[in-house]
Design a protein around this ligand. Structure first.
Ligand code: NAD
Length: 344
């Protein structure tokens, strides 16, 4: 793990050298392709092939195309957000190639062994140590171009990893401590970046928070919140980060009565007396859409995914998740009502 302002430009060559790589598969989305080329300029002759066909939620066709061009490569270098890291993971899953990840958002996928692939409207995830990047180069400067709205949504996606780590199936004192610290760094970074997106210190706070969030998620696993977002994202092609940002206060409101100690630690890390209100306040200040309907989701779609979500909710969720309870939660998240009172 390397971390520092400017480190991607000054240190990437050394990290690639550590693998003795001379046939690199470079993966980036079109939007980050120029940045990726610039970062690879010191070792351009060792980039054997560049793949820019990244798509959200890693459709299987995209994974297959990336795997085809990987033949002969000895290292995968990903430069981009969670979708790009996810594409690199899809390649590593079947080829065993090592990944060097250079994240440019706050998704946190680079520190988890979790992969995700989408076939049609169904997203499948799994865990495999082969997909965990061997090296991560964290350079807050690369996130300076992330627009304010995307920074907020991506930072709140990281917040979701932290909050959920308190009740996810493999939670333990370490993942909870990491999550709590992550919430503190993310809270500080989110508001500061919203005030000034060019604030490098605030960008570093957010990226550190994203690392802690990814680490907490990797340790604790995914619970009710991630199960809901992953089914909704796969079924309706919703923007990942915004979906997380909208749904999170509703899941926290649902689970808090069954996990009072977690709720109190989350509140203290947020620096707010009420964790649900605190998260909602963050969302409002950061311009997150109030409800899933603002992402273009039809209300009738909610019933179509109820059973898919119920089938994968962890059995030890702090409160039992019934079909009726889940429907109420989803409708509130869709309409953007206040999770505590049901008021608009
Ligand atoms: P993303 O990678 O799709 O990026 C969102 C947009 O931001 C894209 O248009 C991208 O081109 C642009 N972008 C990226 N970096 C930028 C920068 N520095 N400046 C300007 N624009 C930039 O979205 P994401 O939120 O980073 O990742 C979401 C994906 O990651 C989802 O598929 C999610 O399931 C996955 N994810 C996986 C894990 C895991 O552990 N496996 C964890 C978190 C997220």
């Amino acid at each position: 793990m390397v971390f520092g302002s400017g480190i991607a430009r000054s240190g990437l060559l050394g990290e690639v050298d550590a693998f003795g790589a001379d046939g690199i598969l470079l993966i980036s989305a079109d939007t980050e392709a120029a940045l990726a080329r610039e970062l690879c300029a010191p070792f351009a002759d060792r980039v054997a092939v560049t793949f820019t066909g990244v798509r959200p939620h890693v459709p299987v066709e995209v994974a297959e195309r990336a795997r085809e061009v990987a033949s002969g490569a000895d290292l995968v270098l990903s430069v981009g957000g969670g979708s790009t890291t996810g594409t690199a993971k899809a390649v590593a899953l079947t080829t065993g190639l090592p990944i060097v990840a250079v994240p440019t958002t706050y998704a946190g996928s680079e520190v988890t062994p979790v992969w995700g692939l989408t076939e049609g409207s169904r997203k499948t995830t799994g865990t495999d140590p082969r997909v965990l990047p061997r090296t991560v180069v964290y350079d807050p400067d690369l996130t300076l171009t992330l627009p304010a709205a995307l920074s907020a949504a991506s930072g709140l996606n990281a917040m979701a990893h932290c909050v959920e780590a308190f009740w996810a199936p493999r939670r333990n004192p370490v993942s909870s401590a990491v999550a709590e610290d992550g919430i503190r760094h993310l809270s500080a970074g989110l508001l500061a970046v919203a005030a000034d997106p060019a604030d490098r210190d605030a960008r570093a706070e957010l990226l550190l928070g994203a690392y802690l969030a990814g680490s907490a998620f990797a340790g604790a696993g995914s619970g009710l919140h991630h199960k809901i977002c992953h089914v909704l994202g796969g079924a309706f092609d919703l923007p990942h980060a915004q979906t997380h940002a909208i749904v999170l206060p509703h899941v926290l409101a649902f689970n808090a009565p069954g996990a009072p100690a977690a709720a109190s630690r989350i509140a203290s890390a947020l620096g707010r007396p009420d964790p649900v209100g605190g998260l909602r306040e963050f969302g409002e200040k950061l311009g997150v859409p109030a409800g899933l309907r603002e992402l273009g989701l039809r209300e009738s779609g909610l019933d179509d995914v109820l059973d898919d979500i119920l089938a994968i909710v962890p059995a030890d969720n702090p409160r039992p998740v019934t079909s009726a309870g889940l429907r109420t939660l989803l409708r509130a998240a869709w309409g953007g009502t206040d999770p505590a009172t049901g008021a608009p």
